[in-house]
Design a protein around this ligand. Structure first.
Ligand SMILES: *[C@@H]1O[C@H](CO)[C@@H](O)[C@H](O)[C@H]1NC(C)=O
Ligand SMILES: *[C@@H]1O[C@H](CO)[C@@H](O)[C@H](O)[C@H]1NC(C)=O
Length: 327
């Protein structure tokens, strides 16, 4: 942050409520964390409560963090807010994959088994890139890491997609033993992780898992299922409980990278984002119809979000909106 911005931020703090109608500590907007096809770095866009899907870039459209190690390209950028003893901390995690330097076949046999991690205490200043290995050597890759606070374990459940090879096939030259499956581990600090385990395996490839917490025990989830688009499912028995299919957002069959977020003002309202696959990639949105717990979404046609690829969204306060706009 530049000195002038520090001064203007502290001035703003010393005269609360006079200049802005939004209370500093109430949720006033939404931060979208995305990457682009042209520059596989971390970018930010912001929207405010009056139009949650009206995202526009901040930081002058420049990257907020750029991977300096690994393959040098990040995809599937996910932001996680610290809980409990880590309240006030934020992490961004993402896939370590530079498809320009490899092939899709090699990317799933011999890709990175690590995730990118950046940490911040203020959403503006991010530490140096770290790369943390989360998978076993039998895994061919780690794609689309995302994380959610797991109230049962009081840790973050970090999940991703992998393809697993036989222990006797160290070079991953034979056919894999699984299709793309969803894997997970727990962490308290995004530095050390428990042993990876399988979260969900189906006969066909599945990737890009995302959860929406509705309360301590009830969650929605979605993922890309190669046999049929983006199912929305509900569990009332926790993240690793019993899941029931609710619906598929209309016209979402060619999309991947689903992501949900709740409305700041109306908790029964939710948004569903996904990234179109193919020659015109980019994010599009759906809005819940009725209570979000019903899992029924209708297509939004009023917003142009295609400048973002597979993103994640964090609710931010009035104070944070001010700081992010000043980047
Ligand atoms: C993956 O590629 C690297 C670099 O080419 C190579 O050193 C390594 O042996 C490969 N690993 C596997 C499992 O094929
Ligand atoms: C959690 O939310 C679900 C869906 O709205 C609801 O059916 C359930 O009663 C809620 N449970 C608790 C403990 O609030």
């Amino acid at each position: 942050m530049k000195l002038a911005q520090i001064i203007s931020t502290s001035l703003a703090l010393s005269i609360p409520a006079l200049a802005s109608p939004v209370k500093r500590d109430e949720k006033a907007g939404y931060l979208s964390v995305y990457w682009t096809t042209e520059d596989e770095s971390v970018f930010f866009a912001l929207s405010e409560n009056d139009d949650p899907l009206d995202f526009s870039p901040v930081n002058g459209g420049r990257a907020v963090a750029t991977p300096t190690i690994g393959t040098g390209a990040v995809r599937d950028t996910s932001i996680i807010a610290g809980q409990g003893e880590s309240e006030g901390k934020y992490w961004i995690i993402g896939t370590d994959l530079n498809i320009g330097k490899t092939t899709w076949d090699n990317a799933v046999r011999n890709g990175s088994r690590a995730i990118y991690v950046w940490e911040s205490n203020d959403l503006v200043n991010w530490d140096d890139t770290s790369l943390v290995t989360v998978e076993d050597t039998t895994a061919g890759m780690v794609w689309a890491p995302d994380a959610i606070w797991d109230p049962e374990e009081e840790q973050y459940l970090v999940h991703w997609a992998s393809k697993l090879y036989s222990e006797t096939d160290a070079a991953h030259k034979q056919d894999p033993q699984t299709p793309n499956i969803l894997r997970y581990a727990h962490t308290k600090d995004f530095k050390t992780f428990t042993q990876p385990q399988t979260y969900l395996q189906q006969p066909t490839d599945i990737i890009d898992l995302s959860f929406l917490p509705l309360n301590e025990t009830t969650f929605l989830r979605s993922y890309r299922d190669d046999s049929g688009g983006l199912p929305v499912e509900i569990s009332t028995t926790g993240l690793r409980g019993e899941w029931t299919f609710l619906s598929k957002p209309p016209d979402s069959g060619s999309f991947e990278g689903p992501y949900f977020f709740r409305d700041n003002l109306d908790p029964s309202k939710g948004y569903f984002l996904a990234d179109l696959v193919g020659s015109r990639p980019g994010v599009q949105a759906w809005v819940s119809s009725g209570d979000v717990a019903g899992g029924v979404f209708v297509k939004d046609t009023d917003h142009e979000l295609g400048f973002m690829r597979h993103n994640s969204v964090l609710a931010v306060t009035g104070e944070q909106v001010g700081v992010l706009r000043g980047m």
